[in-house]
Structures are given as structure tokens and as C-alpha cells.
Design a protein around this ligand. Structure first.
Ligand code: SF4
Ligand code: SF4
Ligand code: FES
Length: 237
């Protein structure tokens, strides 16, 4: 039997967060998400958390597992073999909607502020816009982002400076800045040079450590910093 200590908070009825402990018959090869499902289906239907694909694709079950942001569907019970119990908490920095579910709107607004879509000039092409394999290579790492928000929850700068746009938004900025089919390089770079875009990042590397898709988040941010310094030397922070 494995103990799970789970953060509970319902803003409609609780004044303060509290923790509830559950015991689960958990096998080493089971995922933390499987254990959560057992708790909700067999012990406590009031427990709130998000899940969908259960295979690291949808990004909906990001949470803090024994202090580290991760997807519950990508962590196995045996990953915590040395722990006496497993503590599950919502992503730090985010507002809690209920228990392990957080409000994603502000996070998504930050991503949207980076215009996560192709900006084109002139008439749209009659067929799809093509990209060579070499051009695709430039963005193939960052294109894997599933918007799980683990990086943003893990970034220590987010609590010190809530206006920092955060690592996930910067991953999406990189993805379109270097897309060969995009026509807004200059204005995207100017946006990245704003005080709360790339510059508050101080290379903690926490974002890179926790990213479930192994995206080189910090490296991408540093690459954009160097791009700004090269192209906008007199204007960079
Ligand atoms: S590298 Fe930058 S974005 Fe990533 S955790 Fe550190 S400060 Fe935050
Ligand atoms: S960069 Fe990685 S950790 Fe951040 S939202 Fe995307 S997939 Fe999740
Ligand atoms: S449930 Fe979809 S990523 Fe975990």
C-alpha cells in the first residue's frame, strides 16, 4: 500500500488549503495517474484533477509530484520507490480552481501574447506553405510543446516577477520567430525585447529539467537573447 498526501482546496467552500491522505494498492509499474484514478473511482469522487490522453500528449495533468512539476501520466510509482509517501500538489504560481486543477487562462494569455500563429504578407498561398527539412530542423524541438505548463510552474522567477511572460510563452515565441514561413521576424523580436519577455530569465534551468517533452527551453531563450543583442544592440536590455 502506498500513501498519497494530496492538496485539497475548493475555493467555494474552503477558507484554506488542506491535505488528505489516501492509501492505494499501487504496483511499481503503475503510473501516478493510475493511482489518482483509483482514488477518485474507488475512494473519493470529490477529488479534482485533469486528465485526458493518459499518454503524455494532451498536457492536462501537470502537477507537483513530491515537489517537482511533472505529468502524472508520465511518472511511475517505481520512480518514487525511496519515498515514504507521495505528495501531489497543483502547479505552483497558478491559481487553484479545485484541488489539483489550476486556472490556465492567464498562462494561455501569455502564450497568445506571442502570436502563436503564422503571420503572412500578401495573398494567402493557393496550396499549403512548404518548408524544407533543413528549415523544419530549426523548430523541430520546440514544436513538441504540449502546453502542460510544468516549465512555468517550475520557474522560480514567476513568483518573484509575476509579469514575466514565462518559459512556455517563450518556447512558442521561438517556434514562430524561426519558422521559415513567417513574415513577422522584426516585430516578434521587438516584442521579445520588452522588459518582461526574455530578459527576466536568469538561467535557473528548472524549466528545461521538468519539461516532459525534453524541449531545450533555456537554450532557446538564450538563443533569442543573443539574437536580440546581435540585431538590436542599442535597444537590448
Ligand atoms: S531558465 Fe529562465 S525560464 Fe527557465 S526556470 Fe530558469 S529563469 Fe525560469
Ligand atoms: S515547454 Fe515543455 S514544460 Fe513547458 S509547456 Fe511546453 S511541454 Fe510543457
Ligand atoms: S493525461 Fe494527457 S498528458 Fe497526461
Amino acid at each position: 500500500m502506498l500513501k498519497f498526501r494530496i492538496f485539497r482546496f475548493d475555493p467555494q467552500s474552503d477558507k484554506e488549503p488542506w491535505y488528505k491522505t489516501y492509501e492505494v494498492d499501487a504496483k511499481p509499474e503503475e503510473r501516478i495517474l493510475d493511482c489518482l484514478n483509483k482514488i477518485r473511482w474507488e475512494q473519493d469522487g470529490t477529488l479534482g484533477y485533469r486528465m485526458s490522453c493518459a499518454h503524455g500528449v494532451c498536457g492536462s495533468d501537470g502537477m507537483r509530484i513530491n515537489g517537482v512539476c511533472a505529468l502524472a501520466c508520465q511518472k511511475l510509482v517505481r520512480d518514487y520507490a525511496d519515498a515514504r509517501e507521495i505528495t501531489l500538489e497543483p502547479l505552483p504560481f497558478f491559481q487553484v480552481r479545485k484541488d489539483l486543477m489550476v486556472d490556465m487562462e492567464d498562462f494561455l494569455d501569455r502564450v497568445r501574447s506571442m502570436r502563436p500563429y503564422l503571420v503572412r504578407e500578401g495573398a494567402p498561398p493557393e496550396k499549403e506553405s512548404l518548408q524544407s527539412p533543413e528549415e523544419h530542423t530549426k523548430v523541430e524541438d520546440v514544436i513538441r510543446c504540449i502546453l502542460c505548463a510544468c516549465c512555468t510552474g517550475a520557474c522560480p522567477v514567476m513568483s518573484e516577477n509575476p509579469d514575466y511572460v514565462g518559459p512556455a510563452a517563450l518556447v512558442w515565441a521561438y517556434r514562430y520567430l524561426y519558422d521559415s514561413r513567417d513574415c513577422a521576424f522584426e516585430s516578434r523580436l521587438a516584442k521579445l525585447n520588452e522588459p518582461n519577455s526574455v530578459w527576466p530569465c536568469v538561467n535557473h534551468f528548472e524549466c528545461t529539467r521538468v519539461c516532459p517533452k525534453s524541449i531545450p527551453v533555456t537554450k532557446s531563450i538564450n538563443f533569442m537573447k543573443r539574437e536580440i543583442k546581435k540585431r538590436l544592440p542599442e535597444k537590448s536590455q
